[in-house]
Design a protein around this ligand. Structure first.
Ligand code: 1HN
Length: 342
């Protein structure tokens, strides 16, 4: 590849007259702007251990009342992108959120899409677009763009969940903002999608909601994975995508959610792809090999595999399955026509 001219080859007086007119020569920056063969990323392989997060999050509960926080969250920031950027990857934000018994997080809506994987607690609800979504460990609850949402917790212990949002994307395109609202009266009953391939019909019609399913209860997801495992050849990965049950599309516009079951002792390689991917342990103990980095992941740990990395996952137990929830940026890549897998 040809090497290109650099800034220091140009006369200072020429550069100064360009700068004074808001003009910049392209060629000294062209290779950085458009690297050969593969994109560059600041996103690093990274692990956030639950055993580190939980005590620090509980301390936030002591230090900062809900009124002072609105959302009491510790952000899982990727050091490669700079901690202040509050990014896990180019498009994905991750945060661990705490709601204590009796607390409410006030109603609002915004452009970013959100989803939550419940980590700990029982008795909490998120009210999304008027639908009350109970939160139990392992559940995935969606808060799509512009749907009102607030959190309430009347249960006994702390409620903790992992927030996954596309905030960095919305910020990058100057579209991130929110609107505060009044407390919602739950008014929209959930449509029960009992099983794949069966859609409820009420008053003669299927759901016309843009987001017909907002809560994916873990008990059902786990049972579906178990059933899939018994019907697949033993060497095929047991993987389910969280989809919009009426359209078959990804459950959110910008982030794809899925869950992988690793049978006892199973080792699998996920396809290498252009999009960055987050891993969150729902159950079990896994060793992840991301390019050359080995990470031991245990229950409720979270990790980041940047785009284009190779990813090998091994269940460290020979007795029990492991369950890994995943969130990746592939919908953005697909919509832009730049998704690659090889
Ligand atoms: C948000 O709305 C929530 O509703 C949590 O619980 C975290 C991070 C950035 C922007 C909006 C929530 C958020 C957020």
């Amino acid at each position: 590849m040809k090497s290109l001219g650099t800034l220091d080859e140009l006369p200072a007086e020429y550069l100064e007259s360009l700068r004074a007119r808001n003009l910049v020569p392209l060629w000294p920056s062209l290779r950085a702007l458009l690297p050969p063969d593969q994109p560059r990323t600041a996103t690093q392989v990274c692990r956030w251990a639950w055993s580190d997060i939980r005590p620090l999050l509980m301390r936030a509960g002591d230090l900062t009342p809900m009124e002072k926080a609105e959302r009491r969250v510790l952000v899982l920031a990727n050091p490669g992108r700079g901690l202040e950027a509050l990014q896990a990857s180019a498009c994905i934000y991750l945060g661990m959120q705490l709601v204590l018994p009796g607390e409410n997080a006030p109603n609002h809506k915004h452009t970013p899409n959100a989803a939550r994987f419940v980590v700990e607690g029982t008795g909490g609800v998120t009210i999304v677009g008027g639908e009350s979504c109970p939160m139990e460990p392992g559940d995935l609850v969606l808060t799509p763009t512009w749907l009102w949402h607030e959190h309430r917790h009347k249960g006994p212990g702390p409620m903790i969940w992992l927030d996954v949002l596309d905030v960095p994307l919305m910020v990058a395109i100057d579209c991130s903002y929110h609107i505060d609202g009044k407390t919602q009266k739950p008014s929209r009953p959930a449509w029960t999608y009992a099983s794949g391939g069966l859609a409820p019909v009420r008053d003669g019609v299927r759901s016309t909601a843009e987001y017909p399913l907002l809560r994916y209860p873990w008990a059902r997801t786990r049972a579906a994975l178990g059933a899939l495992a018994t019907s697949l050849p033993s060497r095929e990965p047991v993987l389910l995508a969280y989809i919009n049950p009426e359209t078959g599309a990804d459950c959110l516009n910008t982030i794809s959610f899925s869950v992988l079951m690793l049978r006892p002792g199973e080792e699998t390689m996920l396809p290498r792809m252009s999009a960055a991917r987050m891993l969150h342990m729902v159950e079990g103990d896994v060793q992840a090999l991301i390019d050359d980095t080995t990470l031991d992941l245990t229950q409720s740990d979270t990790a980041c595999a940047p785009g284009w990395t190779t990813l090998k996952l091994q269940n460290r137990s020979s007795k029990v399955p492991a369950f890994i929830a995943m969130a990746d940026e592939s919908p953005v890549h697909r919509k832009l026509g730049i998704f690659e897998q090889r």
